[in-house]
Design a protein around this ligand. Structure first.
Ligand SMILES: [Zn+2]
Length: 323
C-alpha cells in the first residue's frame, strides 16, 4: 500500500556535513521542494545530541514550509561522512565531525520525527545511489562514484544494488596504494590514491610548489593557460586516478565511473588524461564501452543524495511488509 502518490513531497533528506547541517523535503523524482540549513556546531566533549536537536528543528521547519506533517513523511534518509554502521543506524567517529562518537542518530530521530523508516549511509554511497537514480549513472547497472573532493571515497552500485561490504567499508578506494613510493597519506600509508589524486593532494602540491595561498584551483587555472609545470601536476594526478580506475574496472567490470567535485569543476582538463591512462592500464575487452564521466547532479548533489536514501527507506519498508 502506498501512503502517498508518487511525485508528492513525502521524502525527508538529512545531510550531516562538517560545516553545515541540512534538511530537505522532496519527491520520488529527486526534486527538492523545500530546504533548511544551519552551521554544524563545534561540539564540546562528545555531545552530538546538540547537533541532532538542530536537525530535528530543521526537519520540522522544512516539513512545515512544504506543507506536510512530519508524521506524513514516508521515508527519511540521512547522509553523513563515514565511518558509520548503516545496519544499526549509528555514526561511529567521522574525522570531520568531532563530538560524534557512536551516535545512534536513527533512533534519536525516529523518536522525534514520526514513524517513517530511516536509512543512514555515508555520503559517497548516498551520492552513488542518487547519481544512479537521477544523475550521470541513469540506465546503468554497475557503477562507481568517486568523490574526488578533499578526500577520495567511492560508492559502488553493483547489479543495481548498493554494495557496502561486510563492515560498511567497501569503496575505500582512496586508500588503495597506486604508488608504494608516493607521498605519505593522512591514513599513515604511502602512495594511496587519495594522497596522489584528490583535491587535498593537489592543494598540498600547490602549497609546496606554488606558494602558501595556492590550491588545486590554482593548478587547474594555470594548467588551462598552458603552464607546463601545472600540466605536469594534473598529469601525475590523472595517472594515479587512471591507475585506480583501471584496478576498479579489472575487479568489478563496471559500465560507468562517475567522478565528483574536482572533475565537475575542472572538466576535460582532468577527464581526458584520466580516460587515457585508464584505457592504457585496462584490458581492451574490459575497457570497451566504459564511460568515465563527471557527476551530473550539480549543486544539489548532497540534497538529492539524502533524498535518494529516503526513497530507499520507503522501498525497504515496502519490502519488509511483503515479507
Ligand atoms: Zn591512505
Amino acid at each position: 500500500m502506498r501512503e502517498l502518490e508518487c511525485g508528492s513531497p513525502s521524502l525527508l533528506g538529512i545531510d550531516i556535513g562538517g560545516t553545515k547541517l541540512a534538511a530537505v523535503v522532496g519527491d520520488e523524482n529527486g526534486t527538492v521542494i523545500e530546504r533548511s540549513e544551519a552551521p554544524t556546531p563545534r561540539l564540546p566533549g562528545s555531545d552530538w545530541r546538540m547537533a541532532a536537536l538542530i536537525l530535528v528543528e530543521l526537519a520540522r521547519d522544512v516539513c512545515a514550509r512544504a506543507g506536510i506533517a512530519t508524521k506524513a513523511v514516508s521515508g527519511i534518509g540521512i547522509s553523513c561522512g563515514g565511518p558509520l554502521d548503516s545496519v544499526r543506524g549509528i555514526v561511529l567517529n567521522p574525522p570531520n565531525l568531532p563530538g560524534w562518537r557512536d551516535a545512534p542518530i536513527c533512533d534519536f530521530l525516529a523518536g522525534r520525527l514520526g514513524n517513517a523508516s530511516i536509512v543512514l549511509e555515508n555520503d559517497a554511497n548516498a551520492t552513488a545511489i542518487a547519481e544512479h537514480r537521477w544523475g550521470a549513472g541513469q540506465g546503468s547497472s554497475s557503477l562507481a562514484y568517486l568523490t574526488f573532493g578533499t578526500g577520495m571515497g567511492a560508492g559502488l552500485i553493483l547489479n543495481g544494488c548498493l554494495y557496502q561490504g561486510k563492515r560498511d567499508l567497501a569503496g575505500e578506494i582512496g586508500h588503495a596504494v597506486v604508488d608504494p613510493n608516493g607521498p605519505l597519506c593522512l591514513c599513515g600509508k604511502r602512495g594511496c590514491l587519495e594522497a596522489i589524486a584528490s583535491g587535498g593532494a593537489l592543494d598540498r602540491v600547490a602549497r609546496e610548489h606554488l606558494g602558501d595561498d595556492a590550491t588545486a584551483a590554482t593548478i587547474c587555472e594555470r594548467a588551462r593557460r598552458g603552464d607546463a609545470q601545472c600540466l605536469g601536476f594534473v598529469d601525475a594526478a590523472a595517472r594515479g586516478l587512471g591507475t585506480g580506475i583501471a584496478n576498479l574496472l579489472h575487479t568489478l567490470d563496471l559500465e560507468v565511473v562517475i567522478l565528483g567535485s574536482l572533475a565537475v569543476k575542472a572538466g576535460d582538463l582532468f577527464l581526458e588524461p584520466v580516460r587515457r591512462y585508464a584505457e592504457e592500464y585496462t584490458w581492451p575487452s574490459i575497457y570497451a564501452g566504459v564511460r568515465i564521466i563527471a557527476a551530473g547532479l550539480g549543486s544539489e548533489a548532497q540534497d538529492k543524495a539524502a533524498l535518494a536514501l529516503a526513497s530507499s527507506a520507503v522501498s525497504r519498508r515496502t519490502e519488509t511488509r511483503l515479507d
